[in-house]
Write a protein that binds this ligand. Structure first.
Ligand SMILES: *Cc1c(COP(=O)(O)O)cnc(C)c1O
Length: 393
């Protein structure tokens, strides 16, 4: 399938990467094996030296994992993809593959919580430091650059307020200083946003979210040009946070329905956002697909649609917000996202509960804020579920 790039995303999502075995299986085979045998001592030597391509050991490669990597690379428009055990493993692998002691990162100040912890605690022990700057202000990124800056790290839209970082503008600033740009594309998936097309160097995924889409397995990936992913692969084959064959097989099945799911979930999120914005018990609604979003124009240029995640302020405070959550019978009370089942969370007491109240206020996360990651249920049923709590206010 060397002409793959000419296929459209829905075709790639179903077909890319598959190579059938001698048995002619229609569905992708699951190769549950940790090692591979060679037909001679000479072949073993060639495989180990890299002179001959082929599988050696599942920490290095596995045919099921390879199909997932090829399929995701095709969807992101990337030359190559390296799969990892989780999204966090993908971020750690990217940083350790490309940075060393003394190097510096400029990162968005509204990143996934574990990413903030990784950058601000564990990685600082290796002598790699990070400056966090405003997500939406390219001038702040430019001002934070030092001679030892090697990486810009961002995720867009942000969680939970759906602020948009301008990937093209930040890439232009970084490249003028020989700095790499890595974008965590978890919230949009390649169906809604392709960071490499906008100038980014590497795309990172938590496959745990929309790529699986059904809340079953953990996984991650790093996509980009081979000269950059090769370093990530070298780190993985030595350090070991590789994706398991079983998880890769589950994720392959997830990718097949990615476009249908993400488009339906995004359309439902827009309907829910419009309804919430008109609701008398609701204050501000944060959703890139709404014309009232301060960066609606940028979002429209950068993303195919607003995505499946929105946030809104319940009038009142924590008590009223918790009342809405506690009256949900359908929406799942969990911080997970990207699932077919709609989830609701109160960021101030969960995902953002460990930061100080002052920092939370500065970040714009107040006590009435709720975040919803829309799934595949009927919008009318989701509205009825939320209305039960809202009506009590
Ligand atoms: C969940 C998440 C991660 C971490 O992924 P895991 O698979 O849980 O390790 C990273 N970035 C974002 C934006 C996420 O939502």
């Amino acid at each position: 399938m060397s002409d793959l790039p000419t296929y459209r995303p829905e075709t790639l999502a179903v077909r890319a990467g598959q190579e059938r075995s001698q048995f002619g299986e229609h569905s992708e085979a699951l190769y549950l094996t940790s090692s591979f045998v060679f037909n001679s001592a000479a072949q073993a030597a060639r495989r180990f030296s890299g002179e001959e391509e082929g599988n050696v050991y599942a920490r290095f490669s596995n045919p099921t994992v390879s199909v997932f990597e090829e399929r995701l690379a095709a969807l992101e428009g990337a030359e190559d993809c390296v799969a990892t055990a989780s999204g966090m493993a993908a971020i750690m692998a990217t940083v350790l593959a490309h940075l060393k002691q003394g190097d510096h990162i400029v990162a968005s100040n509204s990143l996934f919580g574990a990413t903030v912890n990784l950058l601000s605690t564990i990685l600082t022990r290796t002598g790699i430091t990070t400056t966090f700057v405003s997500h939406t202000d390219p001038a702040a990124w430019a001002a934070a650059i030092r001679p030892e800056t090697r990486l810009f790290f961002l995720e867009t839209p942000s969680n939970p307020l759906t602020e948009i970082a301008d990937i093209a503008a930040l890439s232009a600033i970084a490249h003028a200083h020989d700095i790499l740009v890595a974008v965590d594309n978890c919230f949009c998936s390649p169906i809604l946003q392709r960071p490499l097309d906008l100038g980014a160097d590497l795309v990172i995924h938590s496959a745990t979210k929309f790529l699986d889409g059904q809340g079953r397995v953990l996984g991650g990936a790093v996509c980009g040009p081979r000269k950059l992913t090769e370093e990530v692969f070298k780190y993985l084959r030595t350090a070991g946070p590789t994706l398991s064959a079983f998880n890769a097989w589950v994720l392959l099945k997830g990718l097949e329905t990615l476009k249908l799911r993400v488009e339906a979930q995004s359309a439902a999120a827009l309907r829910l956002a419009v309804w919430l914005e008109a609701h008398p018990k609701v204050g501000r609604v944060f959703y890139p697909g709404l014309p009232s979003h301060p960066q609606h124009v940028l979002a429209k240029a950068q993303q195919k649609s607003g995505g499946a995640i929105l946030a809104f302020e319940v009038k009142g405070g924590r008590e009223q917000a918790w009342q809405v959550v506690d009256n949900c019978r359908l929406l799942s009370i969990t911080a997970n996202l990207g699932d077919t089942k709609t989830t609701i969370t109160h960021p101030a007491s969960t995902t953002h509960g460990r930061i100080t109240p002052e920092a939370r206020t500065a970040a714009g996360i107040n006590e009435g804020l709720l975040r919803i990651a829309v799934g595949l249920e009927a919008v009318e049923d989701l509205q009825a579920d939320l209305e039960r709590g809202l009506a009590l206010i």
